[in-house]
Design a protein around this ligand. Structure first.
Ligand code: PNS
Length: 177
């Protein structure tokens, strides 16, 4: 009897920086697939906060010791990368209906380019449904707390970038002590 191939799913994105919403999607993917490869897009057009190397190092740190999660970079077409690493599934997170239209377009375009590769959509925990890398950067830059929204390594790296910013605690409702 031949051993069956381990299933590999790619989780592609910009991850500038990775958030707990992304980690949530990776965790859910690990319930379905043997391995998840977090694939960071090398995109020369965007002006990222963290370089690709920094983003990869952050994600590696977040998954240190987890042999089922690997991190890589890719450029060019995602489906070409998927073929190269012999992955047949692309995982994408959908937080809200507003994500759906763009994700649906991408999934159908990717299917047209490479019919054998499936896109699987996953929804993160409700508590992350409003979370995005963009908002994390904005909130942190303006002195708000991102604790609980990103892994500790991201908070450290944000502090390294911006200096020891205020570090406010998350807001409390009116009247709270
Ligand atoms: O985190 P993001 O920025 O929403 O991720 C977008 C990403 C990286 C998944 C998407 O831009 C992508 O796959 N780019 C690679 C280029 C490509 O394959 N384009 C055609 C797909 S429609």
């Amino acid at each position: 009897m031949t051993a069956s191939r381990r299933s590999l799913a790619i989780f592609p994105g910009s991850f500038d920086p990775i958030t707990n919403g992304h980690l949530d999607i990776v965790g859910r993917s690990l319930h379905v697939f043997d391995e998840v490869r977090v694939a960071v897009l090398v995109n020369a057009e965007k002006q990222p906060l963290f370089s690709v190397e920094e983003r990869v190092a952050i994600i590696r740190q977040a998954y240190r010791g987890n042999r089922r999660v690997s991190v890589d970079t890719f450029s060019g077409l995602l489906v070409d990368y998927a073929k190269k690493v012999r992955a047949s599934v692309i995982v994408r997170g959908i937080r809200a209906i507003s994500d759906f239209e763009f994700e649906f377009q991408m999934a159908l375009m990717n299917r047209r380019l490479s019919p054998a590769i499936e896109t699987v959509f996953m929804t993160p925990a409700e508590s992350y449904s409003y979370l995005s890398s963009r908002l994390v950067k904005e909130v942190f830059q303006l002195g708000g707390s991102v604790t609980g929204l990103v892994p500790p390594v991201v908070e450290r790296r944000l502090r390294d970038k911006y200096g020891p910013v205020l570090g406010k605690k998350p807001g409390r409702s009116k009247g709270a002590a």
